[in-house]
Design a protein around this ligand. Sequence first.
Ligand code: GCO
Ligand code: MG
Length: 405
Amino acid sequence: MKIEKIDVFVSCPGRNFVTVKVTTSDGVYGLGDATVNGREQAVVAMLQEHVIPCLIGRDAHNIEDIWQYLYRGVYWRRGPINMAAIAAIDMALWDIKGKVAGLPVYQLLGGKSRQGVTLYAHANGESIEQTLANAEQHVSNGFKAVRLQSAVPGLEVTYGVLGDKKDYFELQGSRPLPPEETWSTPKYFDLVVELFEQARSRLGNQVQLLHDVHSRLTPIESARLGKLLEPYNLLFLEDASIAENQTAYKTIRQHTTTPLAIGETYNTLWDCKDLIQNQWIDYIRVAATHAGGITALKRIADFASVFNVQLAPHGAPDLSPVCFAAHMHLNTWVPNFGIQEFVGFGNESLREIFQHEFTVQNGMAYVSEAPGLGVEFDEQAALKYPYKRSYLPVSRLEDGSMWHW
Ligand code: GCO
Ligand code: MG
């Protein structure tokens, strides 16, 4: 069964998605997600010019060899653009193998380890009151875990608090450029501790609470935050600090028992090897799209299981339903599953382009039994929503210094 054709589509049903379709000589096709938010066309060029020509005529069944060919076989390893291209091909090949076998991908990975996948929802708000009201709504809809983000008083925009009102396109106006935001660690500290104190007294102790720092603290500041949040018993504190230097997490770990999660920007196991094997983190948040596909996530998850680190895949709205499907199959199989981030199934135009039968009930998601990944892609619908250039915001301190967004 040879790879006959590979198409790449970029559509924008509210935000940009890069979708790869691999078609075989038997007429079976598979889908992959190659979206890198704000750098979409770089992955398209990587695929069109450098990856696709090498794959035509290869046996579509040799998923591992094709992965190794694209990773090990290329002198320039790793990196988000390269790994997203590899990831999309890898997902599409798993999709094909499942369709040929007549089995959903989780069956090829080893079958079900659980009936459903526990999700965490996002509760955001312009005030603590609004965040907690949104959290209560999620809890009454059956969610057992909620991520809390609230606007920081004194800052114009806060990460995670765009709500339904605006998206990044609206922030960028007619001539897209990265929106600039301001960050203040002292202002944030006051807000976040108050947020969790109020959250526990209002929501009680049964609901799992999470929070995303989005890498804005230094390691010692993260350590302090972790300590201050200990009384409120978080499921995890996400991206407490940048870990380009993985040893940074040793500092945080030594000071706090608040569980730590990181990984959504990681591209390979090498980016989190020290974090995992030293048990400096509790959850690894890699995404199939950004860390090399199902083949790579399976390997990271197996490595992590040796060190009691659980898989908690990234689930932001800039990952397409194809990536969500890949995570659903991995999460249904993986023995060391933690939790899945979930922001809903998107707007109407997204659901017009991508169709699937994954269901959500009482804060749990259930895998589709369709062969392969279980997602259909409507090429005609995708054409109605063409690519729009856009950027993620950048962040500066109040004195103007560049900071981590
Ligand atoms: C999350 C993430 C996202 C990212 C986004 C960037 O935890 O869901 O931090 O909100 O900011 O995916 O492209
Ligand atoms: Mg995050």
